[in-house]
Design a protein around this ligand. Structure first.
Ligand code: DGL
Length: 286
């Protein structure tokens, strides 16, 4: 699967490869963990900082100017504190908008996460694909351009879910999430028309793979679900070049809301190798 993540940026593998580089994986909340786990699988020996801008969550509801300003401000703080060698914007809602501003501001490679429309168009046999994303991502000019460029021959249904990212966070924190709530959010992805039906759904919010097994079970018919995380991880590995391969024990999760974390959330984070927690309070209004 190819995902057009870095078109036009001209990044090359890091000029002076570091054997234990620091990767900052950034999202509005916990969705980027789905990218983190794939990345650590193939980039062993990297220092990992996972940053969740939970004070800004969910990004899907923010206007475009507010989101650009927010991500730049948070990134400024994170870069000053952690000095990453590479940043993964593990958030479609941010990547489809903010990458040019980040690349203009910082001299660090940024790897983005954008809707996997090209792979979806390559995989469909019925010609009907659905893009399940946040309302922000489906509204982006960037997303519309991906559809025109790579899926002009397909019938593409853009589904902007207002609730699914929040439901994924609840599930990860061990809170109950009703099947009915999930069914209602994924239902618009399943379209039947003139004897054809949707056969590919691209998960274009990094939170959604957290619910993949349940969505598979609750879907009205089987489809191919595309999670771009493995492609993102491969791109990170390609840019980093060889790493030491020795596990770094200091993986840290940073949160911006300044709230305490629940026990189940701490356990879930530890399951992703994030045993250290740091709080970097950044209220949204600032
Ligand atoms: N995980 C984010 C994404 O990939 C978004 C969730 C949100 O903050 O709305 O789009």
């Amino acid at each position: 699967m190819q995902v057009d993540l870095l078109a036009g940026t001209g990044y090359r593998p890091l000029a002076i490869p570091r054997l234990q580089p620091t990767i900052l994986v950034f999202d509005s909340g916990l969705g980027g963990l789905t990218v983190l786990s794939r990345t650590t699988e193939i980039c062993a020996g990297t220092h990992i900082v996972y940053a969740a801008d939970d004070a800004g969550f969910p990004y899907g509801r923010l206007g475009e100017d507010a989101l650009v300003a927010r991500v730049l401000a948070v990134m400024e703080r994170l870069v000053a504190r952690f000095h990453p060698d590479l940043v993964v914007i593990a958030c479609n809602t941010a990547s489809t908008l903010v990458l040019p501003a980040l690349r203009a501001r910082f001299a660090i490679p940024f790897v983005g996460t954008v809707p996997a429309i090209k792979p979806a168009a390559g995989a469909t046999r019925s010609g009907m694909i659905s893009v399940l994303a946040t309302p922000g991502t489906v509204a982006r000019v960037y997303t519309r351009e991906l559809v025109e460029r790579y899926a002009a021959e397909c019938e593409v249904t853009l589904v902007g879910s207002t609730k699914l990212a929040g439901l994924a966070e609840r599930a990860l924190k061990g809170e109950p999430v009703d099947d009915d709530a999930l069914i209602a959010e994924i239902a618009p992805c399943f379209v039947e028309k003139a004897g054809r039906r949707t056969d590919v759904v691209t998960l274009s919010c990094t939170h959604y793979p957290l619910l993949l097994e349940r969505m598979r079970r609750l879907a009205p018919w089987p489809v191919e679900w595309i999670d771009p995380a493995p492609a993102i991880a491969r791109r990170v590995a390609e840019l980093l070049g060889p790493t030491a391969g020795i596990p770094c024990p200091d993986a840290t999760a940073v949160f911006t809301a300044g709230r305490g974390l629940s026990g189940p959330l701490r356990i879930a984070l530890a399951g992703y190798g994030l045993a250290r927690i740091a709080i970097e309070p950044m209220p949204l209004a600032n």
